[in-house]
Each structure stands twice: as structure tokens, then as C-alpha cells.
Ligand binder design. Structure first.
Ligand code: FES
Ligand code: FES
Length: 161
């Protein structure tokens, strides 16, 4: 059965059962390997993507519930040649070790900054409860999130009045 998904700004048809996890559709049907399979149980955050700007765990989200809402993956945040603010910050701070958790961390960062461009540390920690890093690079990830917030505010200045 075909489902139409809007992913990174483009509408695309996925020939998969309605209960198929969004993560599988993104990776297996659309070739978007940014979102990662970690636990498959909604417990690690490696599969985090955005749905209408909100962070969602795509391993436990069936494609049938997406409807016309916009899905964004780390591939939609920028390119190798022109990385977006969040990607630039993670590269600049070398926040990754193995890198497996990082696409999910970046998407969680993007969701947080769209909602709150100037987060306090306790707000960052609260937002990242669902995203784990088995390599233990949490301190560098924290620095990257703070740097991402600076770059994000530079790229999206608040309009006065
Ligand atoms: S793979 Fe989705 S939360 Fe772990
Ligand atoms: S950098 Fe390896 S899991 Fe986070």
C-alpha cells in the first residue's frame, strides 16, 4: 500500500504497510541513512527526526500517523558543502566519537532551538533526556548545543517590533 510522505520539502510515495515505522521508510525506502536504528524501542534517540518541527522517535512512529505533516531528517539541515548552523556547531566542536547518536542529537537540537533559541543548560538537559550517547561525549555535545544556539540566533535574528 502506498503512502505519501513529505520529507525534507519533497513529496514522495512509499510503498509500505501503514504500520511500517517511519525510520524504516526513511532508511529502506527513501535511502535517507541519517536517522539511525539504535534500540528500536523509543529509548535511545538515535532515530530522532522532526515532524512539523517537533522531535519524534521515528522507530516507534508508524507512517500511518504522519499524514500531511512535514518530516525532516538530518539530511534536510544542510549539505557537506553548506552545513546548517546545528551541523556547523557539531563539526566545530568535534562533538562526536563514533558518531552514531549524532544525527539524532542534531535533530533534537534543531527542535529545541526552533522552540527556544536561547536555552539554559537545565533546559538543554531536560530536552535531551531521550537522547543517549554510548561513547560518553556528553560534555562536547553540550558545548556543541550551546554553540549551535549562538549560530542559530545569528542565522535567525529576532525581528524587532
Ligand atoms: S532507535 Fe528509536 S529511540 Fe532508539
Ligand atoms: S558519539 Fe558514539 S554514540 Fe554518541
Amino acid at each position: 500500500m502506498a503512502t505519501t510522505l513529505k520529507v525534507n520539502g519533497a513529496e514522495t510515495r512509499v510503498d509500505a504497510a501503514p504500520e511500517t515505522p517511519l525510520l524504516y521508510a526513511l532508511r529502506d525506502d527513501l535511502g535517507l541513512n541519517g536517522p539511525k536504528y539504535g534500540c528500536g524501542l523509543g529509548q535511545c534517540g538515535a532515530c530522532t527526526v522532526l515532524v512539523d518541527g517537533r522531535a519524534v522517535l521515528s522507530c516507534v512512529t508508524p507512517i500511518s500517523v504522519i499524514g500531511s505533516r512535514a518530516v525532516e531528517t538530518v539530511e534536510g539541515l544542510g549539505t557537506a558543502e553548506a552545513p546548517g548552523p546545528v551541523q556547523r556547531a557539531f563539526i566545530e566542536l568535534q562533538a562526536m566519537q563514533c558518531g552514531y547518536c549524532i544525527p539524532g542529537m542534531m535533530m533534537r537540537t534543531e527542535a529545541l532551538l526552533r522552540d527556544n533559541p536561547d536555552p539554559q543548560d537545565h533546559e538543554i538537559r531536560a530536552a535531551f533526556q531521550t537522547n543517549l550517547c554510548r561513547c560518553g561525549t556528553h560534555m562536547r555535545i553540550m558545548k556543541a548545543i550551546r554553540r549551535a544556539a549562538e549560530l542559530y540566533r545569528d542565522a535567525n535574528p529576532v525581528q524587532e517590533g
